[in-house]
Design a protein around this ligand. Structure first.
Ligand SMILES: *[C@@H]1O[C@H](CO)[C@@H](O)[C@H](O)[C@H]1NC(C)=O
Length: 266
C-alpha cells in the first residue's frame, strides 16, 4: 500500500526519530511510506494535491493536532499516533481539543505510546470507534436523538424533566448516573447486570430488564402504574442517602485504619 505519513520532522526531535522508526516498520512489511513534515503544509488542499500526486491510498499522522488535522476529509482511511504535546498541551486548549476530537472520530485507529497517555486521551475523548458505531446506529433509529456533552447542572435539569433514566449498558461498572437519577427522584430502568443490580433492586429501587422485550414491557408498566413509579422513586432516594453515608463511613474507616498501620511501624 502507498501511505502518506505526516509527522513533525524538525531534526533531532523525539518525533522525527519516532517517525523514522515507524516508517522502517511499515516498509519492512512491504508498504511504501511517503514521509512528509506536517509543518510544510498549511491547508487541507495542499494535502489533497499531495495525496493525488503521490497516489496514496491511506495515511498516518504522528501528532493529532499538527498532523492528523490535515488528513481530515480526504476520503482516504487514516490512523493517528499521539504526540507528547497532543495530550500534555494542545488538549488543554478548547479549540484544539475540539479539532483533535474530530480527528479521532474520523481516524480508523489511534496509538498511544504509554498507558498514562492512553488513559488521558480516553478521558478526554471517549473511544472513537465506539462513538462512530453509536452515532451510525442512532442515525438509523427512529425517535432516538443523540445529545452531546453538557455541564452537570444542565444535565441534572434535563434528567429531572425526564420520565425515566435508562441504563442499557452491557459492560460492568458503577453507574454514577443511576445514583444521580435516584437522587433527582427520577425512576431508573436498568439492564440486569451485576454493576446495576448492586444499586437497582427490581421493583424496589428501580426496574431491571434482561432483553428488549422485557424493557418494553416494564417501560409500559411504569408509564401506566403511578403507584409503582412513586414507590420506586421514594425507595431510590432513600437508597442514595444510605449509600452515600455508607460510602463516607467506609472511606473514613479506611483512612483511620491507615493511621493504625502507620503507628505499628513507629
Ligand atoms: C450504565 O451502567 C454501567 C454498569 O453499571 C456503568 O458502567 C455506566 O457508567 C452506566 N452509564 C450510565 C450513563 O448510567
Amino acid at each position: 500500500m502507498r501511505l502518506l505519513f505526516l509527522a513533525v520532522l524538525r531534526p533531532h526531535t523525539g518525533n522525527a526519530v519516532t517517525a523514522q522508526r515507524v516508517r522502517a516498520h511499515l516498509e519492512a512489511a512491504g508498504h511504501v511510506c511517503v514521509l512528509k513534515d506536517a509543518f510544510d503544509f498549511e491547508s487541507p488542499s495542499e494535502i489533497a494535491n499531495l495525496i493525488l500526486a503521490e497516489n496514496c491510498e491511506a495515511a498516518l499522522a504522528l501528532h493529532l493536532y499538527r498532523g492528523g488535522r490535515l488528513l481530515q476529509g480526504h476520503r482516504i482511511p487514516f490512523g493517528v499516533i499521539f504526540g507528547g504535546t497532543d495530550v500534555n498541551e494542545d488538549a488543554n486548549q478548547a479549540e484544539k481539543n475540539t479539532v483533535m476530537g474530530r480527528v479521532l472520530e474520523e481516524a480508523r485507529f489511534a496509538v498511544a505510546f504509554t498507558e498514562s497517555m492512553k488513559e488521558m486521551a480516553q478521558a478526554q475523548w471517549v473511544d472513537p470507534v465506539f462513538t462512530r458505531e453509536v452515532k451510525a446506529k442512532v442515525k438509523r433509529a427512529a425517535g432516538v436523538r443523540l445529545i452531546g456533552e453538557m455541564p452537570q447542572e444542565d444535565l441534572h435539569a434535563v434528567v429531572k424533566n425526564c420520565f425515566a433514566v435508562v441504563n442499557s449498558s452491557v459492560s460492568e461498572g458503577m453507574s454514577a448516573a443511576i445514583l444521580e437519577a435516584m437522587d433527582l427522584e427520577v425512576p431508573v430502568l436498568a439492564r440486569n447486570i451485576p454493576g446495576n443490580a448492586a444499586m437497582v433492586k427490581h421493583e424496589v429501587t428501580g426496574l431491571l430488564f434482561s432483553n428488549p422485550q422485557e424493557f418494553v414491557h416494564l417501560a409500559k408498566r411504569l408509564v401506566s402504574d403511578p403507584a409503582l413509579e412513586k414507590e420506586i422513586v421514594v425507595n431510590g432516594r432513600e437508597f442514595v442517602r444510605m449509600y452515600h453515608s455508607w460510602q463516607v463511613e467506609r472511606d473514613t474507616y479506611q483512612q483511620l485504619i491507615r493511621k493504625l498501620e502507620g503507628s505499628t511501624e513507629d
